[in-house]
Design a protein around this ligand. Structure first.
Ligand code: SF4
Ligand code: SF4
Length: 473
């Protein structure tokens, strides 16, 4: 029985409700009166239900799809302006006792090199990341209760926040680790994490059980209810995601939105972010062995439909996707991207020899952070290294009320410009800096509030002339 408020995964992600949703979407996918009504509702920027969004996703009418894309682009502009938040993943360990059939870190893979970074190695990696210009990290690790303990994570987070190298600092540490207990989530919160990220992989329970044949992750309910426990433990920024390609995308899409609706209903806060990874080639993983791969057009439509269904939720795309796909995805709703990423354990300080690769997946976008930043600016985006909300305590519902008040333009835009200026001063190549300085000169005029604008101008001067850092609203 479907119950959005239930604490049981089988009820808030009800299989029957998803099947009924898909049948409803099929029946109505060419019902232009209904589609127009849903688009009109979406224009109010209050979001859509999983049923409504599923009708749009199923709709094959080209003219309506163009309208959906235009609306997604407009909502993206209204909520996020032309800012794109930058981050990098940091792999701590690829030891894993699970048997996920789509990931090369699965326990039966005996030939991939296994590594766990020591605190000294973490220091080296973080200094290398700081020297690229990163301020926001997403920690990644496999599940291994003996090696990858909570104490190890807590110590690693402390190490990372403690590293001050030249003008560098990691100001927000997000973490993507296995489902755990309320008490452990509380410890992570106390350690100062930003977002707790956990991909569902697939919402289809039967497929989930087959794709996770062994290890603690086999427990679908424990995994699916993890965000509830995280929120009970005080983490109010959580990041959802499915791995597109494992099961049917329309099923996953409905499940993902039902999960978001559940968090909103049960805790009053929807997901902080949604990630949209697609299955990619990796050591001993061939994506062609999975039947549900999606092409670029479908992938982009999913992104557009998520954008209009949950306008307040940030959307993340990684270097799994290549430059041209990332470019189109940015227009349709993506608000955060990684740059200069290494998906191996320890690849920032010293690149791994090719025959000893510990990568989780092949990276399709191999550009440096400087190249990604320049590319974004050439398309008139503002790469932002802002981490202000988390550091000002604006998480969970406080963050959401900032979004809903419309004041985000007076916060995010200036913060983006000031953190970009820091990046240009400390890390950019001369060519990137020249493009960035011109962009900042233009964009500072778009700060709506005059008082705020004058403060930003003064802060930009202090960053450039007095080597001052870390201004924020
Ligand atoms: S997806 Fe995560 S849990 Fe599964 S094998 Fe890979 S690292 Fe382990
Ligand atoms: S001000 Fe807050 S919402 Fe805006 S970019 Fe910075 S951290 Fe994100």
């Amino acid at each position: 029985m479907y119950d959005v408020n239930s604490k049981c995964a089988d009820e808030f992600i009800s299989h029957e409700e998803i099947l009924e949703t898909l049948a409803y979407a099929d029946e109505n996918k060419e019902n232009t009166a209904l589609i127009d009504a849903i688009i009109e509702k979406a224009k109010k920027r209050k979001g859509l239900t999983h049923r409504e969004a599923s009708v749009l996703l199923a709709c094959p009418i080209e003219e309506k799809n163009q309208e959906i894309y235009r609306l997604a682009e407009q909502i993206k502009k209204d909520f996020y302006g032309n800012r794109i938040v930058m981050f990098a993943p940091l792999y701590l360990s690829n030891y894993c006792i699970n048997g996920c059939t789509y990931c090369p870190y699965h326990a039966k893979n005996k030939h991939i090199p296994r590594k766990q970074l020591t605190q000294e190695e973490i220091r080296r990696e973080v200094i290398a990341l700081q020297d690229m210009g990163h301020k926001r990290l997403a920690l990644e690790a496999g599940e291994d209760p003996v090696r990858n303990t909570m104490d190890y994570y807590l110590e690693s987070i402390k190490t990372i926040y403690g590293i001050k190298h030249k003008n560098g600092a990691i100001r927000r540490v997000n973490i993507n680790i296995a489902a755990t207990t309320v008490d452990n989530y509380r410890l992570l919160k106390e350690a100062g994490i930003g977002t707790y990220i956990l991909f569902q992989e697939t919402y289809h329970k039967e497929s989930y059980l087959e794709l996770h044949p062994t290890g603690p992750k086999h427990d679908y309910n424990y995994h699916t209810e993890a965000m509830d426990r995280a929120m009970e433990g005080g983490i109010d920024d959580v990041g959802l995601g499915v791995l597109f390609g494992l099961d049917k995308y329309r099923y996953e899409f409905a499940g993902l939105l039902m999960h978001a609706e559940h968090l909103e209903a049960a805790f009053g806060v929807g997901p902080h972010t949604i990630s949209v990874p697609r299955l990619k080639h990796a050591d001993d993983i061939n994506p062609e062995e999975f039947d549900n791969g999606i092409d670029d057009e479908t992938f982009l439509k999913i992104i557009a439909c998520i954008r209009i269904a949950v306008p307040y939720t940030g959307m993340i795309i990684s270097t799994r996707e290549n430059k041209s796909c990332r470019e189109r995805a940015l227009h349709l709703g993506i608000s955060q991207i990684s740059g200069g990423s290494r998906t191996s354990v320890g690849g920032y300080y010293e690149p791994e020899p090719e025959d000893e690769s510990s990568e989780q997946f092949d990276v399709s976008d191999n550009r440096t952070l400087d190249e990604v930043v320049r590319w974004l600016m050439e398309m008139d985006y503002i790469p932002s290294f802002c981490t202000a909300c988390y550091r000002e305590g604006r998480t969970g519902d406080r963050f959401m009320s900032l979004c809903k008040s419309g004041q985000i333009q007076n916060c995010c835009h200036p913060n983006a410009l000031m953190t970009l200026k820091e990046y240009l001063m400390d890390y950019a190549s001369p060519e990137t800096r020249a493009i960035g300085d011109k962009l900042i000169d233009r964009e500072v005029l778009n700060v709506p509030n005059e008082k705020v604008r004058n403060v930003v101008l003064e802060n930009l001067r202090l960053i450039e002339q007095d080597n001052r850092r870390d201004f924020r609203f």
